[in-house]
Design a protein around this ligand. Sequence first.
Ligand SMILES: [Zn+2]
Length: 138
Amino acid sequence: MSRNSESIDENMICSEFQEKVSEVLIRHKSILDIVTKLDEYNARINRAVMKSVTSCGCISIEASKQKYNKETLEELRESLENHVNGELCEVCSEKIEAEMGAYAFYLASLCNTLGISLTDVIIKELNNLKTLGVYSLK
Ligand SMILES: [Zn+2]
C-alpha cells in the first residue's frame, strides 16, 4: 500500500467515525453534556495513566527540571525528557486506549454539534505542523 492510499483511508476512517458518532449519540446530545463529558474523559485518561504508575507499576515517572541549553530547536527536541520510564503493559494500554476512544467520541460529538469536520481539523493541524515543523513550538 502506498503512502497516499494510507492517508486517504485514514481520512475516510475519521469521517466514518464522526458520522457513526452522530448516529449513536442520544443520551448526551446537549452541548452541555458533550463539553462536560470531554472534561470527564480527559480526567479519566489522566487517571488511567497515573494508575499505570501507582497501581500497576509498568511505567514510572521520574521528573526534573528540563534543560533548555541547546543551540537549535532540533537539538532541544532531542535532549528534552518525557520523564516516563518503562512501557505500558497490555492491560494499562487497553484501559488508556478505551478512555482515549471515549474522549474521541465526545470530541467528534462536539464537532457534529458545531458543524465542524474532524477530518478538516486534523488536516489543518497536520498542515500547520508540516509548515512550521519544530517552530510550531508545541
Ligand atoms: Zn500496567
